[in-house]
Design a protein around this ligand. Sequence first.
Ligand code: AKB
Length: 332
Amino acid sequence: LCHGCRSRARSLSFRGCSWSPRQNSRRNSQDSIQSTAENPRILITENVILSDIKKAPPEVYRSGPFVYADVLDYKNLRELVVNNRITWLVHYSALLSVVGEANVALARKINITGLHNVLDLALESCLRLFVPSTIGAFGPSSPRDPAPDLCVQRPHTIYGVSKVHAELMGEYLHHKYGLDFRCLRYPGIISANTQPGGGTTDYAVQIFHDALSTGHHECYLRADTRLPMMHIGDCHRATVEFMHAPECQLSLRTYNIAAMSFTPEEVSTEIRKHLPHLKVTYNPDSVRQTIADSWPVRFDDSNAQRDWGWKSTYGLEELVSDMLSTIHDKKT
Ligand code: AKB
C-alpha cells in the first residue's frame, strides 16, 4: 500500500510539542531527513510541524512551524497532510487516566474517534503513524512484575481501554493493509517543561515543583506505590529511534519501553540528597490509588532492546538531578 511514499519525511505531531528536533534550531529549506554532527538521528526542525487546538508558549512558535489541528476534524487534518506533503504522523492527542475517568464521553471522543480519524488519514495518505500507548493499557489481571509485551490486557479505565483499542486497530490495519503503524507503551513520563496533565503518575512531576517552591509535597498515592517511569529525554529518543528503525527489524508493532521504576518514598529520598528539608505527607486518593494498583510495577522491554537497540540513559539519580536543576534554572 505505502510503497514509495517514504522517501521524504515531513512529520506532523498532534498535540505533541515534544519532538527533540527543537533542540536544533537551525532552519533548513530542504525537506529530506537531515542530520547533525551531534546527533545523526535528529530531524531538522523545519521538517516537523507541531500542532494543537490551543495556543502554544512563545518558544514553540520560535522553534519551527506550529499549526491548529483538531483530531476530530478530518477535513482539517487532511488539508494539513496534503498541503504540507506530510509523510509521518505522530499522534499524541488523548485524555489521560484521571481526567478520562472524570469525563468518559470526552475521552471516548478524543481517544477513540480521534484515533479513527488519524488511522483513516494515515491509510489514505500512506503515512508512517506513531501512536503512544502506556502502562495504563494493562489491568489487574495482567502480570505486573514485569509486564511483558504480549499478555492479558483488561484495563479498568477508559484511557486504558482506548489505548488497547489503538494498539489492536493499528496492528489490524498493519496486517490487513500494510499501514506502517508503530506504537510504544510509555511509562509515566517526567518532564520539567510540561505541567502535570491529569494522569496517575503526575505526582512524580509535581513533587519536584513542590520541593523547589514550598518544600512540602502531599502525595495522593501510598508511599510504597511502585510504577515504571521515564525521563522525557529518553522518551523522545526512544520515539525517534523507533520511528527510524527499518521495518524488517520490527518483530512487533507495539513495544514496552522501560527506564526505571520507583515509589514516592524512593523518589523523595533521592530528592532529599539535594534538598534535605523536603517534607512529604501521604493522603491516598481512592481513584488514583486504585488505578496505580492495577498497573504494572515494572516493564519488560527486552523485545525493544533486541529488535531496535533500545537502551535508556536516565536512572533515578540522573532524573532527579536533571529535574531539580532544570526547574531551578527556569525559575531564576
Ligand atoms: C497517566 O498517568 O495517566 C499517564 C500514563 C502512565 O499513561 N501518565
